[in-house]
Design a protein around this ligand. Structure first.
Ligand code: NAI
Length: 351
């Protein structure tokens, strides 16, 4: 494993990967800093029950690199990082997150830590007790993070529909939302309010069904979500849902959601393109919270949620146009464009 991992770090130009262990709190974690050439690295803290360390490290690396691309495509002077914390019964949560806060503080602003799966308001509160370089979940922080992400996803979906059909025509659309969490519930509610027919599912069926009722959207079995015929499929749960088996079963025209790393492997973007499914890359469409958080930290402004949506819609429209002109899958063009922007900054810095 070690050699292969080191090869990956070299090939994908990671700056640094730190393995963390703390016997007082039970922390076992990896912190990957992918690229800070455009500015400080932003990344969430993911707490998850990984099968083993290798799975955790791989997830950490993929997510950190994707954050670098996300920053570049959002036009931010920032780079990507990620911290994954292995969730285990031995973990003392308050101690663990305070320890992570100390680690982040020692990095002196090279890394800004934010929320992610498993790290919400309470956990971020513990981190923020120990460092200036974390998203403060309270009234002194950027606020409205999930709302910013939902707004970006909805605006990105609208841009994709305009690209394929010339207009949104919400009342004629069917959208399926996978996951009714913080972001998915916002996406489902907004699409419904715009007039679309919305179907949604969540593995937490008790909470999900009640939420669906409240939002006026139709509840579906989460096992069936991916196979429903629809205009838009919005994955807002976990990543990796487009893989060799699921790919043939998808029946959507547009695929755009908040989940990070929707494609199990980069080649799946090509396969979606061959199948005629317009995939809007996750790191282009789900940057709402990042834009809100990064500009709050770097410039002290709280960018209005609607403005974030407009900004993401413009980026999505440009990308889809560029990809269509070249006849290439948007996922491929987005990675190329992000890398071009990062190289351009690095070259500029050397001059
Ligand atoms: P969340 O934890 O609030 O919601 C996720 C929901 O998905 C939960 O309700 C969970 O029960 C459900 N779920 C899990 N597996 C499922 C499955 N197989 N089928 C259906 N439902 C399933 O998380 P949040 O904050 O809403 O984020 C959703 C996704 O978007 C995550 O992948 C996250 O990394 C990503 N994301 C979130 C951002 C944010 O601002 N919160 C920013 C960028 C990305």
């Amino acid at each position: 494993m070690a050699v292969e991992i080191l090869d990956t770090l070299a090939r994908e130009a990671f700056e640094e990967v730190i393995a963390l262990h703390d016997r007082h709190s039970g922390v076992r974690a990896f912190l990957a800093i992918h690229d800070t050439r455009r500015g400080p690295a932003f990344g969430g803290i993911r707490r998850w029950s990984y099968l083993d360390e290798e799975q955790a490290l791989r997830d950490c690396l993929r997510l950190a690199r994707s954050m670098t691309y996300k920053c570049a495509m959002a036009g931010l002077d920032a780079g990507g990082a990620k911290l994954v914390l292995l969730d285990r019964p031995e973990l003392d949560l308050a101690l663990a997150y305070r320890y992570i806060g100390d680690v982040v503080e020692r990095l002196g602003g090279r890394v800004y830590a934010g929320p992610d799966v498993g790290s919400g308001v309470e956990e971020l509160g513990w981190v923020a007790e120990r460092t200036r370089f974390a998203t403060d979940p309270g009234p002194d922080g950027p606020g409205e993070l999930a709302q910013s992400t939902s707004a970006g996803v909805v605006a990105g979906i609208a841009a994709a529909l305009r690209h394929v059909d010339g207009s949104e025509r919400w009342s004629e659309r069917t959208a399926v939302v996978q996951g009714l969490g913080q972001v998915g519930s916002g996406v489902a509610g907004s699409l419904r309010a715009l007039g679309a027919r919305v179907l949604a599912g969540d593995t937490d069926s008790e909470r999900g069904e009640a939420l669906a009722r409240g939002l006026g959207v139709e509840w579906v079995d989460p096992c069936a979500e991916l196979e429903l015929a629809c205009d838009v499929l919005a994955p807002c749960a976990l990543g990796g849902i487009v893989h060799d088996l699921s790919l043939q079963r998808l029946r959507c025209r547009v695929l755009a959601g908040s989940a990070n790393n929707v494609l199990a492997a980069s080649g799946h973007g090509d396969r979606l393109h061959e199948r005629g499914i317009l995939y809007v890359p996750d790191f282009v469409v789900n940057s709402g919270a990042l834009i809100r958080g990064a500009l709050f930290h770097m410039e002290g402004v709280r960018v209005p949620v609607a403005e974030i949506g407009d900004r993401i819609a413009r980026e999505v429209a440009l990308l889809l146009e560029m990809a269509a002109d070249e006849g290439l899958p948007p996922a491929r063009v987005a990675v190329r464009e992000a890398e071009r922007r990062i190289r351009a900054t690095a070259a500029g810095a050397q001059n």
